[in-house]
Each structure stands twice: as C-alpha cells, then as structure tokens.
Write a protein that binds this ligand. Structure first.
Ligand SMILES: NC(=O)c1ccc[n+]([C@@H]2O[C@H](COP(=O)([O-])OP(=O)(O)OC[C@H]3O[C@@H](n4cnc5c(N)ncnc54)[C@H](OP(=O)(O)O)[C@@H]3O)[C@@H](O)[C@H]2O)c1
Length: 283
C-alpha cells in the first residue's frame, strides 16, 4: 500500500543519539540524513517536542526517555534499539557541565552512564558500526591524574567506584569542576581501552573533544563562576571564537562515516586549536 505524508524510512539503519540538548539535537539532525534516529534523553516531558522537531525536518525519528545512569533503563533502551533495526551509529552526547550538578552527580552522569551505554551498545554492534563519545578539552589537562586515580577511573562500573576514587583524593578536590575534567579524561581513555572489544565486531569507538562551543550549556558556563577562566581560554584560542554546533555535528558525522573507517581507539580535538596553543605559550 502506498502511504503519503510520512518521513518513515524503514530501509535506513539506526543511529542512537544520547542527549537531547543543544549538541544532541544538532547531531540527531545531521545523522538523521542517513539513519533512522533513536534519541534517548533524561526528561520525558521534553522528548515529544524533540521528536516533533526532528520529524518536521523530514527525519525518521523517535525520542525515548532513558536515564543512562540506571542499568535497567539502559537495558530497556538497548532492547528498544535491537527491535528497530541494525545499529549503524552511536553518538553519546549527553553530559552535565560543572554548573549542573555536584561531584558525585557528575561522576555518575559523565562516566558511569557512558560506560553503561558503551557496554549495552557493544552487544548491538556489527561490522561498520561506529560509536562516538563526546568528551571535552577538559579531558586533556596538562597535569594528568596519578596512575592510581587513572586505574580507578578505568573501572567506573566497579561496585566501589565512588569510594575508591574519593579515598585517593582529598575532600577539597571532590568538586564538580574536578569531576568534569576527571570524567572527560576517563571517557577518552575508555574509548582507547574498549577499541579492541569493538574491533572484534568490525566496529569502531572514538571520542570527540570539543573546546568551547556555543551551546546552552556553554552559555551557562560563561555566565557562571568559570567565566574568567573561559574568557582566558577564548583569548588563547587561535581561531579566536567559540565553535558552533554545526561544526561539532560535522566532526561527529565524519567520525561516524566510512571516511573514518580506519579511525578507532583515539580522540579528535575540535577546539579551534586552543589545546595546541597552550603547549606553545610563547608563540
Ligand atoms: N558546550 C560546550 O562548550 C562544550 C565544551 C566541551 C564539551 N562539551 C560536551 O558536549 C556535550 C554536549 O554539550 P551541550 O552543551 O550540548 O549539553 P547538553 O546537550 O545540554 O547536555 C545535557 C543533556 O544531557 C542529558 N542528560 C543529562 N543526564 C542524563 C541522563 N542521566 N541520562 C540521559 N540523558 C541525560 C540532558 O537530558 P534532558 O534535557 O532530557 O534532561 C541534556 O539533554 C557534553 O558531553 C559536554 O560535556 C560541551
């Protein structure tokens, strides 16, 4: 039977996008040009408008509630995706910035959640599946954490993860800002550590580290306690501006594509050059 007035494309593979904020939606709009979108995000009340916005752009999309820090919720998402079709792309975008939660909340949202998603989606991976985890310039700090701290960060699903990390760091360092950079460092490491497991399925896993990007989350940080630090970083950015969500979508689309077919277990910095510039301050 011929149907009209629908954007449904049952012939396309699935792209799962985790996070329905600014960068999540720009990513879904881009990946939706080649895939059916499953957008998974925390706030059930915001998801119908997100699904409608994607459909208005002609994208075959469904938005579902998922709390990625809850193993049962992640399992439900994986079952939903498995029913719909082959997984071509995972774009894990969601995170909390330092202004959005406390130390433990950020550890859970920015590291335990992505680790649960990674484990669940690996089961659905097949040849040519690509997983992209949005990390941050904050994960590339000049002084990396100690080997002991890294060893704990490398096993975020251990039952004693929070206690083991807190035992290694003085209480004064249990801040949301520190949690943000530690979790982003750990996320980059997770994509390197898990490349072997994904490779066994002919699939890839990479991180993408944005610098300062003009998103609602970025604006929140510019308005808050980090304002001076962010302005100083902007002053040191060779390209002299924030990036756009179009530019992060470009990077994610490339990493997801067959043009990136030999790129796995690594990180792509999309930061206007600020990380490089900080290594050569005299220039
Ligand atoms: N903006 C920047 O300058 C910048 C710089 C470096 C890195 N980044 C990174 O870029 C990514 C996206 O940033 P953004 O600025 O566009 O932020 P964003 O999309 O606003 O990130 C927040 C999103 O995370 C979702 N979320 C929070 N907790 C969740 C949970 N437990 N389960 C599922 N979803 C959850 C929220 O869902 P609901 O809305 O449904 O509640 C929200 O959509 C983040 O990884 C961030 O760290 C951003």
């Amino acid at each position: 039977m011929v149907r009209t007035g629908t954007s449904e494309r049952p012939d396309l593979p699935i792209a799962v996008v985790i996070g329905g904020g600014g960068m999540g939606m720009s990513t879904a709009k881009r990946l939706g040009q080649h895939c059916r979108i499953v957008l998974a995000s925390l706030s059930a009340d915001k998801n119908p408008a997100r699904e409608a916005a994607l459909k208005e752009d002609g994208i075959d999309a469904v938005a579902v509630q998922c709390d990625m820090t809850d193993p049962a919720s992640v399992d439900r998402l994986a079952a939903f995706v498995a029913e719909r079709g082959p997984l071509r792309t995972l774009a894990h975008v969601a995170a909390f910035s330092p202004s959005m939660g406390d130390w433990r909340t950020l550890l859970a949202v920015n590291l335990v959640g992505p680790a649960l998603i990674e484990r669940a989606m690996l089961k659905l991976a097949q040849p040519h599946t690509a997983a992209i985890f949005v990390s941050s310039l904050a994960g590339h700090r000049p002084q990396p954490p100690s080997d002991e701290v890294l060893a704990v960060l490398d096993r975020p699903l251990a039952p004693d993860f929070f206690e083991a990390l807190e035992a290694l760091l003085p209480a004064a360092e249990h801040t949301s800002g520190n949690a943000y950079s530690l979790t982003k460092t750990a996320l980059n490491r997770m994509c390197r550590q898990r490349a072997w497991a994904w490779g066994q399925k002919g699939a890839r896993i990479v991180s993408m580290s944005p610098g300062m990007i003009a998103t609602p989350m970025g604006a929140l940080e510019f308005a808050g306690a980090n304002r001076e630090h962010k302005l100083a970083l902007l002053a040191k950015t060779p390209l002299g501006r924030e990036g756009t969500m179009i530019e992060t979508a470009d990077a994610i689309e490339f990493l997801a594509s067959e043009r990136a077919s030999f790129i796995t277990g690594t990180d792509l910095l999309v930061d206007g050059g600020v990380h490089a510039a900080m290594a050569f301050p005299e220039d």
